[in-house]
Design a protein around this ligand. Sequence first.
Ligand code: ZN
Length: 309
Amino acid sequence: MKVFLPMPLIALYVLCAALAAPVVAQQPPPVPPGARDVVRKGAEDRCYRPRTVRDLDTRRMADVIGAGRDLCLQLRRVADGPVAWRFTIIRNRTHPDGPVWAVLHDDEDAAFEAGVHAVRRYGGAMIAVDTDEARFNGGLDPNHSFAATAGQAAPCRVRAAPAYTAEVLDMFPPGAPVLSLHSNHEGHRLTGGLGDISAAVSAGGRHGLPTGSPKGALSDPDNVVLIPGRVPYVENRAAQAAARYFDGLGINVIYERVGRSDCSLSHHVTLVRGGPYYNIEVQHGAAAVQGQIIDALMGWLGVVPVPGG
Ligand SMILES: [Zn+2]
């Protein structure tokens, strides 16, 4: 016999079921049997087949990484006391002397994707933090953990992470620009959005410089080149020249005035390592736009694509 329950009762039943359902914490992706995340001593430099490793991003991009013989996938693991850090490294073994990129947040898939394409197109390498697709490593933000000493760590109220800091910074040859890739949420919290990066908002030491010649999606305020410096923007001729260049291409810039360190990569480079730093931020998912901005930044740095890139 069929029982017809009035609609409100069905809705009530569904609601109760949803409320009763346990909240499933984000579990690391299942590790395929035999997948590697621990690197045997002396095997750091071997190249792994993308489908055999734990990192989901790498498996998602296995066809791209595995196409041709130019890219080599390496794994790294370091520890600062009880804190272990895992890294996925993609190197262009045909053109190793190209730019180097840091991808620090494992929940920013567009950045990983754009990084792989950049290493193929311009040579060089990329180092990505692998935290099983989560944003943080345990409670630590990978982009607020750059401190090689207790003194560097003090202003940030984090523990020094010398092994982590060295693993990332040693990827960048002396004098080479430190380049990073991130993606962010729509808009800015201060103007009703979700993120904290927008060329339309100047706040917290960040000076937004929206382009005067917008070009469609490329010029969305969430898509920016972030340039740090110790002095106010009006005193930073190099940053102004870069901003003029990007403005002409329809690309937004944010100038970040660095005072007291927050142990981010931009602050660590500006206050400790020295040398140029550029971060390309795009809205989550905008890997193609990130690729366009990468091309523009390479133009600014005088880097040309490798043959076939
Ligand atoms: Zn990020």
